[in-house]
Write a protein that binds this ligand. Structure first.
Ligand code: DAT
Ligand code: MG
Length: 139
């Protein structure tokens, strides 16, 4: 039986709104296992590494500022096809159109900010997951 790991973040909007438990609960109720967990205040260097694929995009600086605006919760979740499965639980990037039933669809909306505030991050591929898990939890 093959298993997989993904890096999940509860972003500052989710922590501020006391949605950490709600997010973890949805991950666990789906049947995935949270195997590492930490709360931290991310600094610019860490976030520039984490979001390196977005460097140069118009929302990059607002994204980094937003992600530094308060504590975040980082976790590793495990299970078969968890990368795809958590992306499905999270819903699409834009919370206005994210399907009801998803984390972003149920719990977030457009706040009129330069960067979309959408509660959670989830790795988008096995390569991203390995890279991002190392950034937040080391080897
Ligand atoms: P996702 O988090 O769904 O993987 P992403 O990796 O493309 O989305 O972008 C990272 C974050 O940046 C995303 O969660 C919200 C923000 N963002 C993405 N595209 C944006 C845009 N066009 N305008 C404003 N913010 C955006
Ligand atoms: Mg992404």
């Amino acid at each position: 039986m093959s298993s997989e790991k993904t890096l999940i973040l509860v972003k500052p909007d989710g922590v501020r709104r006391s949605l950490v438990g709600e997010v973890i609960s949805r991950i666990e109720r789906k049947g995935y296992t949270v195997t590492s967990l930490r709360m931290l205040q991310a600094d610019r260097a860490l976030l520039e590494r984490h979001y390196e694929e977005h460097k140069g995009k118009p929302f990059f600086e607002p994204l980094v500022e937003f992600m530094m605006s308060g504590p975040i919760v980082a976790m590793v979740a495990e299970g078969n096809r968890v990368i795809e499965g958590f992306r499905s639980l999270a819903g699409v990037t834009d919370p206005t159109v994210a399907a009801p039933g998803t984390i972003r669809g149920d719990l977030a909306r457009d706040q009129g900010t330069k960067v979309v505030q959408n509660i959670v991050h989830g790795s988008d591929s096995p390569e991203s997951a390995a890279r991002e898990i190392e950034i937040f939890f080391g080897k």
